[in-house]
Every structure is written in C-alpha cells, then in structure tokens.
Design a protein around this ligand. Sequence first.
Ligand SMILES: [Zn+2]
Length: 230
Amino acid sequence: MYTEIRREAYEANIALPRHGLINLTFGNASAVDRDKGVFAIKPSGVDYDELSPENMVIVDFDGEIVEGNMRPSSDTPTHRCLLMAFEGIGGVVHTHSTKATAFAQAGRAIPNFGTTHADYFYGEIPVTRKMTPEEIASAYEWETGNVILERFKGLNPLDFPGVLVNRHAPFTWGKSVAKAVEVAVAVECIAEMALMSIQINPGLQAIEQELLDKHFLRKHGATAYYGQPE
Ligand SMILES: [Zn+2]
C-alpha cells in the first residue's frame, strides 16, 4: 500500500546525497498523502544505498506507524508537525548541508542578496529562535517543529519554503517532496553565494524590492509567467 508516497519519499531521500547535501546519515525526506492522512519517511539510521521504496516507513498524523518494520527517522515528529500545519505542502526535506548549516549555527537568517535567492524566497531565509532547555529536554523533535511554526506566524510557507533552525540546520518544503529537494539544493547554493557576497562586500544590503518582486512574482502567485503552465 501507499505505493506513490513510498516511491516519492524514496526518490527524494536518495537524491540528497546525489546532490552533495548529505554526509553520513544526517538528512531525511518525507512525502504526504493528505487523502489518506499518512506520510512516508526514511527509516532511522539506514544507509542511503540500502534504501528502497519498500523500507520507507508509513506514519499517520497521530505519529503512529501504519506500515513498516523499521523505526522511522528520529526527526519524524518535526516532519509531522510541519506537514500538519502547512496544509499546502506535499513533503519536507531536512539536511545538514554545510553552508546553510553554518548560517543556522551562527543564528543568522540568510539575507536576500540577489535573484537566485529571490526566485525561491520572497525575502530572507528565516532563522528560528534558539530552543529553550525545557523544549530540548521534552519532546525535542516535536518542539523543533513548534519553533519553526512560531517563526512562521504571519509568513506564508509557500513564499518562504524553508527555514534555518538555530544551532541546527535547514528544513525545506514544497508542493511536492521533489520540490522540497530542489529548494534544499537552492538553499545550499544561496548560502554559499551569500557567504561569498558578504566577503566581497561586507556592507552589502538586501536586494531592491522591485527586483525581488519581479523575480519572485514571475515564478509564484497569481500573475506568474515563468515556465510552462501547469
Ligand atoms: Zn538535523
């Protein structure tokens, strides 16, 4: 059962090391089936070359395993929290890709310095606040989701399809999990370019509003004209 989300989650997970976003097993992807109220996610601690559609774990919105013999990724509660709250998304990706994680560890949002960034985010790539000792000691992975939701009060998750968790690393999402993988790749490129731009010009300011509008809105929203109609 759940053939489609098993395949989508599997393909997203194996794409992460192929894109150079993953060292060891620090990363995971999930794909949701909203009609059935379940999502498929990577099994915990399994090497990427041992993954298959069959060993993806199917979990419901109560956090119960619906299908699968292995434990799901330890980050499953964060995925569940985001998939439940952001109703327009089809999947979530988490990596510890190096440059984006450097910003996360430093507790800094990635300023929007140019059109590559503006094609994906309608502003900076936001960073959460640090988690409290109580949050870390309790349901840590679920609370990680909650600090992300706190940061997204008043933000449309499709205008800002990712976040840096303070002291941790990026989470990204999209209308499909394949799109969430693409955003994860973009976030790492954007982080690298931002680092270099700051080195070249330490006083650099964020992109001008009219150029941000032009690039973001031509690809997203009601008046989008980039690419082919869906
Ligand atoms: Zn992590």
